[in-house]
Design a protein around this ligand. Structure first.
Ligand code: NIG
Ligand code: FE
Length: 369
């Protein structure tokens, strides 16, 4: 079009062209790994028991507390490289492995530095309420109060002074509402405190136990409710009429060796806006690949390829507040585009285990081939 003269021309004939993938739920910034725990789980140990015994999230928190911002950035950068190669052009990243004010702020600094030095576009989320750290084991309410009174105000101030705020990138406040993590009452208190600082809620709800997190999310106008593995039929119906986006995370079920998956088909039928995400993290989903997540969602959650692509692009962009600018190929939107090594986009979910993404274009620039 004469109105949009090309600086560079790419030949995509015989290739499917789709929007860059958006991963709206990750814990990509962490130190170390949990490969020993993986082996324990293969031998029968369970995720919530490991968490209760001071392992799990708390063990990653030990590694993150010892790491400098530079180390966090260095360990995370190759993960972002891999995500980009697999077609993710925008991702949300949560804190939540610091669990002290200083260490949570260090995670935010790492996210900011990565956003400014890596082509993958990032959206930060504060997740101080991810786990009860060992030093608060006997006083979980005391930790929730630390999150509310000390961490959230400082995180909100960090955001106000960050390039994210200047560029209109939102900042969310998340909580892990689950047995051995945060109760429904604590989750409410943390999310309401975030709202008082202008932070819109997200929630980890119904991963193992249904504690009422979905109703809370809807009541508080959360932008998304994530996991939803054991969400009740009533709450699925509520999500069908709510603005809150439903985000199943099937790589978690897969990694934990479960044969049970969130009812994504039921959510779609109920009228919910469904987005998919990797949940990339060292404990429950060491998975950088949105196409693999889409492949799982089609096979085990009965999404069609078009629904999986929709859930990984435009709906995922809305789940992090960027649907107006990202997530679809439209005049006026940011040119985040993938060229696939296939003529039919359905191959992106039909084939799995390899990488069908041939060319990655971010903000109109080729960033990966
Ligand atoms: O989304 N469920 C809580 N948080 C992460 C897991 C984090 C971890 O195990 O390190 C999740 O699954
Ligand atoms: Fe998560």
């Amino acid at each position: 079009m004469a109105q949009y003269p090309a600086r560079q021309t790419l030949n995509a004939s015989g290739r499917a062209v789709v929007p860059g993938l958006v991963d709206p739920h990750t814990h990509a910034v962490y130190a170390g790994d949990r490969v020993a725990e993986f082996e324990l789980k293969l031998q029968g140990a369970n995720y919530l028991d490991i968490l209760a015994s001071g392992g799990g999230i708390a063990s990653t928190a030990r590694a993150v507390r010892e790491a400098s911002v530079a180390q966090l950035v260095a360990e995370t950068r190759p993960r972002l490289d891999e995500m980009l190669r697999l077609g993710t052009t925008t991702a949300e990243i949560k804190t939540g492995y610091g669990l002290t004010t200083a260490s949570e702020l260090a995670m935010l600094a790492a996210i900011a530095e990565l956003d400014q030095t890596h082509p993958l576009e990032l959206v930060p989320t504060f997740l101080g309420a991810h786990a009860i750290p060992p030093e608060y084991k006997t006083d979980p309410d005391g930790y929730a109060q630390l999150v509310i009174k000390e961490m959230l105000p400082q995180a909100a101030e960090w955001y106000t002074n960050s390039h994210f705020a200047q560029q209109g990138i939102p900042f969310f406040n998340d909580v892990f509402c689950e047995q051995n993590a945060f109760t429904l009452a604590q989750a409410r208190a943390v999310l309401e405190a975030g709202l008082a600082h202008g932070l819109r809620p997200k929630i980890h709800a119904d991963e193992f136990n249904a504690l009422g997190g979905v109703r809370l999310a809807i009541e508080l106008g959360a932008i998304s409710a994530d996991h939803l593995d054991v969400t009740t039929a009533e709450e699925i119906a509520l999500l069908g009429t709510a603005e809150t986006i439903a985000v199943p995370l099937p790589a978690v079920n897969f990694h934990l060796g479960s044969h049970h998956f969130a009812n994504a088909r039921g959510l779609v039928e109920a009228g919910a806006a469904v987005a998919l995400a990797t949940d990339l993290n060292p404990g429950s989903a060491p998975c950088p690949s949105m196409p693999f997540v889409m492949a799982l969602a089609c096979r085990y959650q009965k999404l069609l390829p078009a629904e999986a692509l929709n859930a990984s692009t435009i709906n995922a962009a809305h789940a992090i507040g960027l649907g107006h600018r990202l997530g679809s190929l439209e005049v006026g939107k940011q040119a985040d585009v993938l060229i696939l090594a296939a003529a039919d986009y359905r191959h992106l979910v039909y084939q799995f285990g390899g990488n069908l993404v041939q060319t990655v274009i971010k903000r109109g620039q080729v960033v990966g081939k």
